[in-house]
Design a protein around this ligand. Structure first.
Ligand code: ZN
Ligand code: ZN
Length: 206
């Protein structure tokens, strides 16, 4: 499994380029900004991008969606409860940013769905709380956690559609059930593991 992390845009969002070693098909998770940089890396890795998966619809995760979609022709996938956020510009006003209007999604996801490329399967975990249709993507020994779980932190729950108890519930019921050595690739900041967060995350004690 190829995993390349790029830190993009003013909110230092993590964009992940995932690739199958078996057939060089790829997935781009959260093209938040810097389309050129993302596309350059995809090319260097020699990947044929099949999907662009959005962990959620906040601007810092979708800012380069239009350009990356146009350049790759990949299918855009987002949770069904999040799809409308692609057309709302409320958060861009909150953050004082503008960005090109994103394309409509090609595939609406729900929990339990699978994104398949080559020999890789990413299972969709619906993890609302940071946003209503937020998802994490579970691969073999790895989970891409979007803005649900961070290294020593959790996502904001005070944005429109956010909910603290939902967020905590999502983390406990969908993520903390994973093995300790599962690598967590979050939407911002450095990677961590489920075991580390179980022990030291200040939001998950007691
Ligand atoms: Zn967010
Ligand atoms: Zn974010």
């Amino acid at each position: 499994m190829i995993v390349k992390k790029l830190v993009v845009g003013p909110f230092a969002s993590n964009c992940y380029i995932i690739g199958s070693d078996s057939n060089k098909e790829g997935v781009i998770i959260d093209p938040g900004a810097d389309a050129e940089e993302i596309l350059k890396n995809v090319k260097e890795l020699g990947l044929d991008t099949k999907f662009i998966v959005l962990t959620h619809g906040h601007i810092d995760h979708i800012g380069a969606l239009k350009e990356v979609k146009e350049a790759t022709g990949a299918e855009v996938a987002i949770h069904t409860d999040e799809a409308k956020s692609l057309h709302e510009h409320s958060l861009s006003r909150v953050f004082g940013l503008s960005y090109p209007s994103p394309p409509p999604p090609d595939r609406l996801l729900k929990g339990g769905d699978s994104i398949d490329i080559g020999d890789l399967h990413l299972l969709v975990l619906h993890t609302p709380g940071h946003s209503p249709g937020g998802i994490c993507l579970l691969g073999e020994g790895v989970v891409f956690s979007g803005d649900t779980l961070f290294n020593h932190g959790i996502g904001r729950y005070d944005l429109p559609g956010g909910n603290y108890s939902q967020l905590i519930n999502s983390i406990y019921t969908k993520l903390m059930i994973l093995a300790d050595d599962t690598i967590v690739y979050p939407g911002h900041g450095p990677e961590t593991t489920i075991g580390t967060e179980r022990r030291v995350n200040p939001f998950l004690s007691g």
